[in-house]
Design a protein around this ligand. Sequence first.
Ligand SMILES: Cc1ncc(COP(=O)(O)O)c(C=O)c1O
Length: 470
Amino acid sequence: MTISGTTSTICAPRVRGGPELLVELDRAGAEPLHRQLADGLRTAIRTGRLAPHTSMPSTRVLAADLGVSRRLVVDAYSQLVAEGFLLSRHGSGTRVATVDAASAPQYAEPTRRYDVDFLPGSPDLSSFPRNAWLRALRQGLAETGSDSFGYVDPQGLPVARAAVADYLRRTRGVQADAQHVVLCSGATQAIALLGRVLGDGELPLAMEDPGFWLHRIVLRHNGIEPLAVRIDDDGIDVDALASSGATTVLSTPAHQSPTGVVLSAARRTALVQWARAGHLIVEDDYDAEYRYDRAPVGALQGIAPDRVIYVGSTSKTLAPGLRIGWIVIPPQLVGAVRLSKSLADTGSSVMDQLAFAQLLTSGGYDRHLRQMRRRYLSRRNALLEALAHYLPQATVLGAAAGVHLTVRFPDGYPIPDLVRRAAAMRVNVEPLAPCYADPATAPPGLLLGYANLTESQIKAGVAALARAAR
Ligand SMILES: Cc1ncc(COP(=O)(O)O)c(C=O)c1O
């Protein structure tokens, strides 16, 4: 075990029965040591420096090696056990957990904030329309009988499903009506429910590669190993999809996650043809509300409603914490998805459905989006400017859309070092590699969320990133 402080690096003897590992403990730093230790071990597990099933040293041995109290090591281990990175079994010590838990989402503890957090996918949380939401909730409650507060249709309240269907028809060209909408708690639950309904060994499911890493984990968690279909500058490679043998594909045609490319017209036609030949598309329309240079392309679902399952949520428009999402489902699958939702949680919060329906029908949602679009465009421009100025070696990919940018670095660029050094400067950036089915084949790149940062934070964050890159 190597222990380094702010001014010196001390090489301690190899831990008895434990792995050789670098853990940086900055004894003069503001961060408590147990948190530094947990962060160091977590990073080692994430990056594969500590492989799954590795036996960890006992807390007593590690405490002695690090010259810290045993309590401190116990706290760090407990934290990582709670997060799923370590497994602790009575009698067999502590081991590194398998990859799924290690690559599962990280959620910042409220106390562990970065000065600049480029976490991709977040809207401006401070702009959540609190007053409009409260008004909508009050109005929704006033107009609703008490029967709605019981165990109601797991598919969602008819009034909320109708409001969502109307919104999607109007803004995304989705062919939707209330009977074919299932309200759920975000796109993540939509993918889990669909995974249960569609996924079995007989019906192989494909995903874009690169794609949203969380969806890959959710599918795996539901027993599906998604086939990887490559992405190029035109979006998903439909020929590769056709030869993959998949019967269903999870795709992000309006703004590919994470590369940001928009599915080209020729590919849209080819993908729809593929679907019409007896296949299904799960269209994740996760951030189509934000296209800054032109009107967004309409949803694929509008062209082939019988072959496309449409998924969306309020995570990029209002707040991920709301956990409101929707699925528009071809008639033949409504019953199965409804049952899956019912068995998952008997339905989403009725209070939230009432407020959201009111916000949609009152025009409050459209107003909020118009305001946010302007703000995010300025933030995106600030990020582009800062990248051109401070990090000219980074190439920006994709269309002017969404709430994140994907940037590529020259081949061989040491992204894990950059991420680690940036974190030490209290700047959080996410690597592109986990989006690849095989992260080892990923080109060097970063995902940079900008919507939840002010323009001055963006500039300061990119300047710090450039210093970290040196
Ligand atoms: C590709 C993609 N789809 C969907 C979502 C939204 O997920 P949820 O609605 O569960 O918050 C995200 C959020 O980051 C995303 O990146």
